[in-house]
Design a protein around this ligand. Structure first.
Ligand SMILES: *[C@@H]1O[C@H](CO)[C@@H](O)[C@H](O)[C@H]1NC(C)=O
Ligand SMILES: *[C@@H]1O[C@H](CO)[C@@H](O)[C@H](O)[C@H]1NC(C)=O
Ligand SMILES: *[C@@H]1O[C@H](CO)[C@@H](O)[C@H](O)[C@H]1NC(C)=O
Ligand SMILES: *[C@@H]1O[C@H](CO)[C@@H](O)[C@H](O)[C@H]1NC(C)=O
Ligand SMILES: *[C@@H]1O[C@H](CO)[C@@H](O)[C@H](O)[C@H]1NC(C)=O
Ligand SMILES: *[C@@H]1O[C@H](CO)[C@@H](O)[C@H](O)[C@H]1NC(C)=O
Ligand SMILES: *[C@@H]1O[C@H](CO)[C@@H](O)[C@H](O)[C@H]1NC(C)=O
Ligand SMILES: *[C@@H]1O[C@H](CO)[C@@H](O)[C@H](O)[C@H]1NC(C)=O
Length: 459
């Protein structure tokens, strides 16, 4: 069952590979939901998504350390991406096409690699070891193991600099070291390759990509790193802007797709009509915490619930010198995650304005979301609005379906989480997730250092 799911996943991506060319500076790639986890029970499914968001938050705040498996406060679940988005990418000569998860929270692009790729707990099923479709370097004439002296090695290992090779020495044959990347409660490892990446209207030789020979606790796909670091896909391709429109989660089990658009070339990036922008906030530079340089920080200034400003202490809204605080946008998080002190204030205001409705506490226990309300017998239930206000005046007034989810029959739950993550003293306080951005066109304008969004039907 597990392997049929991953081959289905692949054929789905191949079907969606319908490249079309507009101009040489614009690359359009289909983006779609990976089949969601097969919890037929709606409470289980929401619980799974809630768990995933929590685990993802842990990973983003603390990726340098492996979460302690023994800590009972950290739930273990099948992977950290929840309901996520995938794009098909083709590598090698001749090209081999695989699905990749679009991840703005990491830099390295890597694929399951080799005939003996070992993936433990990678299935979306609860079963153990999964056969995942992988890239076979032996079948590609353009596949090269990355040498230590290749400057690209330093994108991933800035400190190692190949101790036995003098920089620029022509006769050093050492390979760039093996990488190990922690991910969620698992990790992945392998060797770095220089390989040809084929995009719909562009061929990119010598693209730095990770060939993972083993992984645990991963989605059964590759990862396309769209972060801000030098190894990321947008950095390697000198992309000036990328944008996507996130299909509603209602389409998670269909073969519908929307588009990821990459803009490069010489022209400068202009404002898109109807899009509100907020500048990216400077990333905190903390020694030993280089991953903070990967994230897209935005200046969330205020949250209003039912039109009323929620009092949020300033320290949560701005990253400090240690990298504590601030808001990031993350494509791999499903439900927005907030530091408990922020969440309690937002949820508290929401509850105050929703007193007339009956709390569904059993559903809260089952889904791990809160608050949940039983709206049985109420003809047109109304809920307080939720709006994010950003630096520069951009406002994201969420439609109800972006912050409330039906949980079974006649129950609705708020899709924001605010758990206390153990042993974390730093990291962003607010992680804006993809559930909140359904049917939004979002833009990462790297040239003008700003994040843009507008509401739009994506299908
Ligand atoms: C979510 O985590 C809780 C606590 O660890 C666990 O009891 C529950 O089974 C998890 N849900 C799913 C769907 O894995
Ligand atoms: C795989 O999942 C099982 C059950 O959740 C867990 O006991 C085991 O440690 C996991 N293995 C790895 C390598 O993560
Ligand atoms: C897990 O896989 C084994 C064989 O690999 C199979 O016998 C078993 O039924 C599977 N369990 C589930 C829950 O799918
Ligand atoms: C998963 O597989 C490993 C060996 O590959 C085994 O030791 C472990 O008990 C299995 N775990 C589960 C939960 O089936
Ligand atoms: C190349 O290798 C030779 C012999 O191993 C060594 O003597 C020489 O210094 C090396 N040249 C450079 C530029 O590192
Ligand atoms: C994709 O969707 C169309 C229309 O909904 C349907 O006709 C087609 O069979 C679907 N293909 C797959 C592979 O699910
Ligand atoms: C940063 O961390 C150091 C050491 O952990 C601590 O002494 C200092 O107070 C922290 N600074 C801020 C602004 O939190
Ligand atoms: C919601 O309330 C109705 C009426 O009180 C009740 O019959 C129903 O079981 C409740 N639903 C849930 C999921 O608790």
């Amino acid at each position: 069952m597990a392997s049929s799911s991953s081959s289905m996943l692949l054929s789905l991506s191949l079907l969606l590979l319908l490249p079309y060319i507009t101009s040489s500076n614009i690359i359009i790639i289909p983006i779609s939901h990976l089949p969601k986890n097969p919890h037929p029970d709606p409470y289980q499914h929401l619980s799974y998504l809630a768990n995933s968001s929590l685990k993802r938050a842990y990973h983003l705040k603390n990726p340098q350390t492996t979460p302690p498996h023994t800590n009972p406060k950290i739930p273990l679940f099948s992977h950290s991406y929840g309901s996520y988005f995938s794009i098909p990418l083709s590598f090698g000569t001749p090209p081999q096409t695989l699905p990749f998860i679009l991840d703005t929270g990491s830099d390295l692009t890597w694929f399951p690699c080799g005939k003996n790729y070992q993936c433990v707990n990678c299935s979306t099923h609860l079963n153990n070891t999964t056969k995942v479709k992988s890239f076979i370097p032996k079948l590609s004439s353009s596949s090269k193991t990355l040498a230590c002296v290749n400057p690209k090695c330093a994108m991933v290992f800035p400190k190692i600099q190949c101790p036995y090779c003098k920089l620029g020495s022509k006769n050093c044959t050492r390979r760039c070291p093996w990488y190990t990347y922690p991910y969620g409660s698992g990790d992945t490892g392998g060797s770095l390759l220089s390989e040809t990446l084929h995009l719909p209207n562009r061929r990119v030789p010598d693209f730095l990509v990770g060939c993972s020979i083993r992984a645990s606790d991963q989605p059964a796909a590759g990862i396309a790193g769209f972060g801000r670091g030098p190894a990321s896909l947008p950095s390697q391709l000198a992309i000036k802007k990328f944008s996507y429109c996130l299909l509603s989660h209602l389409f998670a089990d269909t073969n519908k797709s929307s588009s990821l658009v990459l803009v490069g070339g010489k022209d400068s990036v202009k404002k898109t009509k109807g899009v509100s922008y907020t500048p990216f906030v400077k990333n905190p530079e903390v020694p030993g915490r280089g991953h903070f340089l990967t994230y897209y920080y935005v200046g969330l200034r205020r949250i209003t619930v039912g039109g009323r400003s929620v009092k949020i202490p300033y320290r949560y809204l701005r990253p400090d010198k240690n990298g504590s605080g601030g808001t990031i946008v993350d494509s791999g998080t499903t439900f927005t995650h907030m530091a408990p002190e922020v969440f309690e204030r937002v949820a508290g205001e929401f509850e105050k304005l929703t007193k007339g409705y009956k709390r569904a506490e059993e559903v809260e226990a089952l889904t791990r979301l809160r608050p949940c309300y039983n709206v049985s017998g109420i003809e047109t239930p109304t809920f307080p609005s939720v709006t994010f206000h950003f630096k520069g005046g951009a406002e994201m007034a969420l439609p109800e379906e972006n912050y409330l989810v039906p949980a079974g029959w006649e129950v609705l739950c708020l899709t924001i989480r605010g758990d206390n993550l153990p042993m974390i003293s730093s990291g962003p306080s607010i992680i804006l997730g993809s559930f909140q951005m359904q049917n939004y066109h979002v833009e990462y304008d790297l040239q003008n250092e700003r994040f843009g969004f507008k509401q739009q039907q994506c299908n």
